[in-house]
Structure formats: structure tokens, C-alpha cells
Design a protein around this ligand. Structure first.
Ligand code: FE2
Length: 198
């Protein structure tokens, strides 16, 4: 498929494979691996932990917003203001991209993975020590620790457990020498998780 092809339930796996495979150069800000390597590492860790398909796929896709560049926007039919690939907006860009094709548990884990970092740093003493230096460095710009009200609101989210699992995995997946499978190995699993079109 070309990146100008309209996205559908049938071609979403192929589209994602293209954008993961082309991410070979740009290192994740402050890390020694690319964004795609980071997400593939997350999926591997989720599998090693024995997580189900939903958590593995959410871990695999949680930072996909970073991989969407302007050349893809025309085929995705998304509002421009949701498409920034800056750190501040990547979670929303990813959630908008996936929203039509994936169940809410996956989309929420993508949309709220930065909020989940703030939540864990606020509610678990010492959690901030598990963040990489780069991730700890972006915490303040992402809103810093949560207020009591924010903690309460976050706890009401319907897929809290999945959100937190994906975030804990996210914070473990920064090893430069980690061996992970190719994206397409996850194709059948992604197709199992996809919503039904229509
Ligand atoms: Fe991440």
C-alpha cells in the first residue's frame, strides 16, 4: 500500500508496519533506541510478563503518535490540531489514529500513557526512580505530579488497570541491545484485537 491510501480495518496492519519499518534513524528523545524499537521492546516485555493480547497490542502501539509525520496526514482524515508529533501531543495523535480501529482499552492506554506516568509518580513513592533520565526530565513539562483531584479523576477511568500496566512496561523498555521480533510478527495478534468495521 502507499501512504496515500485511505486507512481501513483491512490495511491498518500494513500501514502500521510501514511506519514502524521506516523508523530506523530517529532516536527516541534522550534514549539510545528509536521510537519503533522502544514500542517493539514494550510488546516483548508485555508478552514475557504473560499479558493478554490487549495489553501487548497497547504496549506495541502506545507511542505510535510519534511516528505520524505530515506526509501521512492527508490519508488519515484527521483534524490538523490532533497531529502534532511533539511530546506534548503524541498521545492524542496516536489515540485519534487508532480510535476507529481498536477497542477503547487500547485507545485509552495510548491516550493516557503520559497521564499514567504522572499518576504513578504521584501515588507510588519512589516510582520516579524507575524513569529513565529523559523521561524524568519531561515530567514537569507534561504537568508534573497530579493534584488530589487529578488522582481521583484518573482512578475513575474505565481501563485503569490496562493503562497502568502499559505505563509500567513503557518505563522498562529503554535497553539499546534488546532483541525484539519484527513488527509483522504481531500482525495476527493485532487483527484479533481490532474492532469489527461498521
Ligand atoms: Fe513509551
Amino acid at each position: 500500500m502507499g501512504l496515500s491510501t485511505r486507512l481501513t480495518h483491512e490495511n491498518i496492519v500494513e500501514f502500521l508496519a510501514i511506519i514502524y519499518h521506516r523508523d530506523t534513524q530517529s532516536l527516541y528523545p534522550g534514549e539510545q533506541i528509536t521510537v519503533a524499537q522502544h514500542m517493539l521492546q514494550c510488546a516483548s516485555i508485555a508478552e514475557q510478563q504473560g499479558e493478554g493480547d490487549t495489553v501487548v497490542v497497547a504496549a506495541l502501539l502506545h507511542d505510535v503518535g510519534h511516528l505520524i509525520c505530515h506526509s501521512d496526514h492527508l490519508c488519515l482524515d484527521l483534524p490538523d490540531d490532533n497531529l502534532s508529533d511533539s511530546d506534548q501531543r503524541h498521545e492524542e495523535a496516536g489515540a485519534v489514529l487508532l480510535g476507529k480501529y481498536f477497542p477503547q482499552a487500547v485507545v485509552d492506554a495510548v491516550r493516557f500513557h503520559v497521564m499514567a506516568k504522572r499518576y504513578l509518580c504521584t501515588t507510588e513513592p519512589g516510582y520516579i526512580g524507575h524513569l529513565s533520565p529523559a523521561s524524568a526530565g519531561t515530567l514537569a513539562g507534561q504537568g508534573g505530579l497530579m493534584t488530589e483531584v487529578e488522582v481521583h479523576c484518573f482512578q475513575q477511568k474505565p481501563h485503569l488497570d490496562t493503562n497502568l500496566k502499559v505505563r509500567r512496561i513503557d518505563d522498562k523498555a529503554n535497553a539499546p541491545d534488546f532483541e525484539h521480533p519484527d513488527f509483522l510478527r504481531y500482525g495476527p495478534m493485532i487483527r484479533r484485537v481490532l474492532t469489527t468495521p461498521g
